[in-house]
Design a protein. Sequence first.
Length: 255
Amino acid sequence: MQVFATRLLYPAIQRSANRSFYTTSCATNRFLRYGSLKQSSCAFPALPGLRNHNLNLMRVSCLSYKSDQAIVKYLDQEIEVESEALANLPSIKNFDSKIRGTCVEFHRKVNNESIKVTMDINDNVESSVDYEEEMDDSPAANDISFYPVFSIEIKKASGDTLHFQCSIDEVSSPEYPFGVNEMYVVPKGGDEKLVYNTNVENLDEEFYNVIYDSLKARGIDNNFATDLQEFNHIFEHSEYYKFLQTVRDFFKADE
């Protein structure tokens, strides 16, 4: 009778043990990771499918690790090269600067006006010049140039603010070192999203010129445009250098 009872219980025990091997993959992986199957005195052998599954995971992990090593090695070389071109940020005459992430603000006061110029290097526009055709013997010939897009705010003591959207590109000239693209006025307490915005380049040429002259009189002139372009180039490169370091450190973290 005792033998008969044991024969009845054995299939139930076997089914229960088999189900334990087919639970969630997470539980199985934990079981494998701690070496429980290798050292277990369980009467039931480890399932071949589970061993193959674990082996495949090890292969993927090894492949990923080698790929990460290649990325880290490449970025180490790039960081070393890019570090040679790092430079200190220049100052812009008559303007104070404030950096917040990729955004830079330049401030100054003229008489009863507050002037703010804002530039974000994420808004930079890549040059459309074909560098393979324009390449020469100058050191800068192989550089990719990015031109800044920036805004100007001129705020009166009354609270009214005149806004400009401007840009610098490869067609800028000494006469027009930057382009004035858009213009609008926000009254004190007003919402800039609700005011009329006009494309300045489509205005009368005389109107465009007097607007340009008014900006030059406030210090936003040829020298400012030259300094801003230099600041943009150095700042963009420094942020790119930090970006390479951040990506390298990401892949290096689990080594």
